[in-house]
Design a protein around this ligand. Sequence first.
Ligand SMILES: [Zn+2]
Length: 101
Amino acid sequence: MVEWDKDYHERTGKWRPLSAWRNKDGKINVEHPDYIKRLKEQLRKIVKKCDICGEYNLADPCVHHLPDGYINDQKRKEYYSKMKKKKTVIKDTTSNQKRLG
Ligand SMILES: [Zn+2]
């Protein structure tokens, strides 16, 4: 018997055979066409607090809460080098003011 994807039908009005969301062991099927989408939806519901930015969700974490990984390391480096530059600019203006005074 073919099982139909009711969730897909609700969203699109079309029918397609259900590809099992969980396999026989009860594990989530990562090959499922909606896997990434569903994962993101789940993550978006998990809202956490950052002391610096306020709230963020796990689908779109702020720079202070990026999970480890090469791309995220790059983002972090970029962010902190920007912060450093900002600080240097502030220092420069204060030293100028001192000189003027
Ligand atoms: Zn943050």
